[in-house]
Write a protein that binds this ligand. Structure first.
Ligand code: PNS
Length: 181
């Protein structure tokens, strides 16, 4: 059975990669499908996002990466996929995801949505969170693959050093030396 994994991926996160890795163990092929969405103003172009994902999934033999526009179910048909794969993180994802899955079912009876529960360590993680942290100069290399973090730093903001230097212990005085002996 083949699956498509649609999304914005602006940019791909470790949470997305976790879903892709687990998805490609369940399905014979997974197509990661980057939505061309003219309504959003993204950090990365669609082509850049595809390249970033391709680099990240290169060790996986049964994954391909491409873009699509229009309805996801139509793209699933084009790809001969019976499954739309989505990750579910927190409860707040559920309402929107259920609405999408049910809408897609009305559009294509033959395409099933399969949800994978996000792994615990990524249940808070989204592309928006990554961009928010980076915008304010925070580190994101624990949230996205290394090559993605480098790209984010190079185009928007390298992580800032703390404003205040870490407090250091005072130099020992002759008195304190004698106490330590
Ligand atoms: O990563 P995202 O932004 O949560 O992905 C959302 C996506 C791309 C899966 C969703 O917006 C989508 O499927 N868009 C294509 C249009 C479509 O098929 N809409 C019908 C379902 S409501």
């Amino acid at each position: 059975m083949r699956a498509i994994y649609p999304g914005s991926f602006d940019p791909v996160t470790l949470g997305h990669l976790d879903i892709i890795e687990r998805g490609c163990r369940l399905f014979e092929h997974v197509t990661v499908a980057v939505l061309q969405n003219p309504n959003k103003s993204p950090l990365f172009t669609v082509d850049e996002r595809i390249e970033l994902i391709r680099t990240a999934v290169s060790p996986l033999p049964n994954v391909s990466v491409t873009s699509f526009d229009g309805l996801t179910v139509n793209f699933a048909h084009i790809k001969g996929s019976q499954v739309i794969l989505r990750g579910l993180r927190v409860l707040s994802d559920f309402e929107m995801e259920l609405q999408m899955a049910l809408t897609n079912k009305t559009l294509a009876e033959d395409v099933e949505t399969v949800f994978l529960a996000a792994s615990n360590e990524y249940s808070f993680l989204s592309s928006s969170v990554v961009k928010e942290v980076a915008r304010f100069g925070g580190p994101v290399d624990h949230l996205v693959p290394t090559h993605v973090a480098k790209e984010i730093y190079s185009r928007c903001c390298a992580p800032k050093l703390p404003d205040h230097p870490t407090p250091t212990l005072p130099e020992p005085t002759p008195d304190s030396n004698s106490l330590m002996e």
